[in-house]
Design a protein around this ligand. Structure first.
Ligand code: ADP
Ligand code: MG
Length: 453
């Protein structure tokens, strides 16, 4: 059975830390989605506040991605000692969902009488092009100009919150705008499965396949959730092959390459990247500023350049978080009657979002530290006791330990010192200095940026 909240939760789980997920979402439920008025059940009023302040956007996106039409979202404290069991909601949700899908189809009627699964808010116009995504965007444009030709299938991958869903839905929306008779279907892979299983259980397997055979463009989102269940994967493979042979456009997103997904059949994995694999990367500082500016403009909000730069500098996870921080800042600005920059300057807002950084090689770390301090690697890793050279060496030790978790022995050999006690001493020294020395803090942040940026 199609369980919209379960699917939404699965999506939310991908976007926030496990600790936050279990704290805030464990006992939530979807009460109803009637007429676009979404009601979510929570444990107590504290949760209402937290969910609304911190996770409203994420909840909204997750529900929208599951085809729920949203006008308002309300949180309700469930008076019973326990939040309603899920199984009961599923039926209710299910009924609500059906009527919503119908409404949703109706809203699309002017353009298309079919349900495409596309959310019209994702457009190419609102997708900011930068160094992190320009290649993918140019492929997207080429697909819009001639679907089913050169880039087929279009395999788009990248970490969460980097714009995969936005970009592929934008392709779908633009294709539909240009070719109103085009049959396009967007679906997260998880829904593909649940729909397939539903169809089989109701003896409608054949109809299910036929629906897909008729498509001009199939968009599959979050392919990493493909499960190894033979029958459904085989069904997907068949649909894929049929469409491919007819030169119909296939678009697939995933958070990683097919070869890195354990449950995927090898032949399918190969085929998915026949036409290449294109990725979305983390935005650089300038990209982040451009995105923030565009978003603020879209929201009709005023924000100082310095405030934008502050956010761009301090959100290093993904674009979803960037958007989230911008929204909170703008909301707070409205509530407090202060400008975004005033809030930052008086310390009401403190943003620091950094993801676990990608691993890199010890050599790279050593080189970046030496370069930062304007020293030849040989000199930094030599015997000099001159204070600034020694300091650079200790910073390298510290970073090798913190970022790469190398053993002190290994670090000793990387930075050219004899024994590991010198390394231990060096790391401790930097740790201690960091507490009060703000210049050193900045230096280390800058080096980290150089390492990972
Ligand atoms: P993913 O599917 O990769 O997890 P999404 O497509 O859901 O990411 O993007 C997360 C949020 O960031 C969305 O609100 C999306 O509109 C926004 N976003 C991502 N990339 C861009 C971009 N280049 N320009 C504007 N907004 C973007
Ligand atoms: Mg997505």
């Amino acid at each position: 059975m199609y369980d919209v909240w379960k699917n939404a939760l699965a999506e939310i789980e991908q976007k926030i830390s496990p600790a936050n997920f279990s704290t805030w979402f464990q006992d939530t439920s979807l009460i109803s989605t009637k007429n676009g008025n979404v009601r979510i059940g929570v444990k107590n009023t504290f949760f209402v506040k937290q969910l609304r302040n911190r996770y409203l956007d994420i909840i909204k996106t997750a529900l929208e991605n599951n085809n729920v039409v949203i006008n308002t979202i309300d949180f309700e404290v469930q008076t019973s000692s326990k939040v309603k069991p899920r199984s009961r909601e599923i039926t209710k949700t299910d009924i609500d969902l059906k009527s919503h899908v119908k409404n949703y189809a109706k809203t699309l009627k002017t353009e298309s009488s079919r349900q495409t699964g596309l959310n019209k808010k994702y457009t190419l116009d609102s997708f900011v092009v930068g160094s992190n995504n320009d290649l993918a965007v140019s492929v997207a444009k080429s697909i819009i100009d001639s679907p089913g030709s050169r880039y087929n299938p279009f395999f788009l991958y990248g970490g969460p919150g980097l714009g995969k869903t936005h970009l592929v839905q934008a392709i779908g929306n633009e294709l539909l705008r240009r070719n109103p008779n085009f049959k396009i279907f967007y679906t997260p892979i998880a829904h593909f499965y649940s729909d397939f299983i539903d169809a089989i259980q109701n003896g409608k397997g054949r109809e299910f396949s036929r629906k897909f055979e008729k498509l001009d463009c199939l968009i599959i989102d979050d392919f990493q959730f493909i499960v190894g269940k033979e029958k459904s994967q085989e069904e997907f493979f068949n649909i894929f092959n049929d469409l491919y042979q007819l030169n119909k456009q296939i678009i697939v997103t995933s958070d990683r390459l097919p070869s890195q997904i354990k449950t995927v059949d090898e032949r399918l994995a190969t085929r998915l990247t026949w036409a290449g694999a294109f990725d979305l990367q983390l935005p650089k500082f300038e990209d982040k500023c451009a995105i923030l500016k565009a978003k603020a403009e879209l929201m009709g909000a005023e924000i100082e350049d310095e405030a934008i730069e502050y956010l761009a500098e301090n959100v290093n996870t993904n674009i979803r978080d960037l958007e989230g921080e911008l929204s909170s800042l703008l909301v707070m600005s409205e509530v407090r009657g202060l400008t975004p920059l005033e809030l930052i300057e008086n310390g009401s807002i403190y943003v620091n979002k950094t993801s676990k950084l990608r691993p890199t090689s010890p050599k790279q770390v050593v080189e970046k530290v030496a370069k930062f301090y304007n020293l030849p690697v040989k000199e930094m890793c030599g015997k000099s006791r001159v204070a600034h050279i020694k300091n650079a060496r200790q910073v390298a030790m510290f970073l090798l330990s913190k970022e790469l978790s190398l053993s002190t022995n290994k670090i000793a050999s990387e930075v050219g010192v004899k024994d590991h006690t010198t390394v231990m001493h060096g790391i401790k020294k930097i740790e201690k200095d960091l507490k009060l020395n703000f210049t050193l803090r900045d230096e280390i942040e800058s080096i980290k940026e150089k390492i990972y940026g």
